[in-house]
Design a protein around this ligand. Structure first.
Ligand SMILES: [Zn+2]
Length: 307
């Protein structure tokens, strides 16, 4: 069974400035580790170019024009307090979106069974018309729209296990019954949204707020209601906003997962995907800021995707 790994060196040229937690090393440690595995079951692909119309489905034209005009030719430019652009960001942000599109095409054409996109910048905080929380384009939202438009799917589920609420993804799909957005996250916490009573206008959003200090078993138990909702929705494809910052060693949050919990979580999602959607899963990197925890957690995540 093969897993696609979609990544590129252009991510290293997205410079967020000194001391920024969302840094190039994040992707480097993942890639170096996966290369060392020398697994014949990993299929390496670079992101391809894509039709910009898919970007316009997730974001307003004004916002996209504003971003386009904000890429600096030198130095850094701030889209918000912590979302920073450098000259290399233009290519990196575009490739992050191209990665999920390449991954989806690969799964749909059965080049590989599932895929993981090792990208930066992440995307789930980027709203229809706002950059936020290190995120410029909402990569996974574009992926979901791509499935609806290009492949005419009627039901796509997004599971977001990053420790932060994906306000951007929720914002983009709040009124869209074709997309079920599910998020587990520390709450109350950054970015402030993600209360249990935010359910989407079509009951298509499920937020699972978790208290500071939540332990592994409590976290995994919380997924029972997520899986129930998912079974009822019957998605044709599952996208994962794979942030690994709910790890106990992550400096940006206070949920206490162990690295191996990402194996258990992924395995449970895979079992459901087998039952619901012919195993079609594409996972894309969001957060995760302790390099060693990130490397270990992604390793467990990929191990499970490969089984
Ligand atoms: Zn996060």
């Amino acid at each position: 069974m093969k897993t696609g790994i979609i990544t590129t060196d252009t991510y290293l040229n997205h410079d967020t400035g000194q001391g920024h937690p969302e840094r190039a090393d994040r992707v480097t440690v993942i890639i170096n580790h996966l290369k060392k595995l020398k697994s014949k079951s990993l299929v390496w692909k670079k992101p391809k170019k894509f039709d910009l119309k898919y970007l316009q489905l997730a974001h307003d034209k004004d916002y996209l024009n504003n971003v386009k005009d904000s890429f600096p030719t030198q130095g850094l430019n701030f889209l918000d307090g912590d979302t920073i652009l450098s000259p290399g960001s233009k290519e990196a942000t575009s490739d992050a979106v191209g990665s999920i599109i390449t991954a989806i095409d690969g799964v749909m054409s059965k080049d590989f069974r599932n895929a993981f996109c090792a990208v930066r910048p992440p995307g789930h905080h980027a709203e229809k018309q706002k950059a936020m929380g290190f995120c410029v384009y909402n990569n996974i939202a574009v992926g979901a729209y791509y499935l609806l438009e290009k492949y005419s799917l009627k039901k796509v589920a997004i599971i977001d296990f990053d420790v932060h609420h994906g306000n951007g993804t929720q914002n983009i799909f709040y009124n869209n019954e074709k997309v079920l957005y599910i998020s587990s996250h520390q709450y109350p916490y950054y970015p402030g949204s993600g209360a249990a009573n935010e359910k989407g206008t079509k009951d298509n959003v499920l937020n699972i707020p978790l208290a500071t200090g939540t332990q592994s078993h409590e976290f995994l138990n919380a997924y029972d209601s997520i899986f129930k909702k998912l079974k009822k929705f019957k998605p044709e494809f599952i996208l994962l906003s794979a942030g690994f910052d709910a790890h106990k060693n992550d400096p940006l949050a206070q949920i206490n997962l162990e690295s191996k919990d990402y194996y258990t979580l992924t395995k449970r999602i895979m079992t459901l995907a087998e039952e619901l959607c012919g195993e079609k899963i594409v996972s894309i990197l969001e957060g995760g800021y302790d390099l060693n925890a990130l490397k270990e957690s992604v390793d467990f995540h990929i191990k499970s995707l490969l089984e």
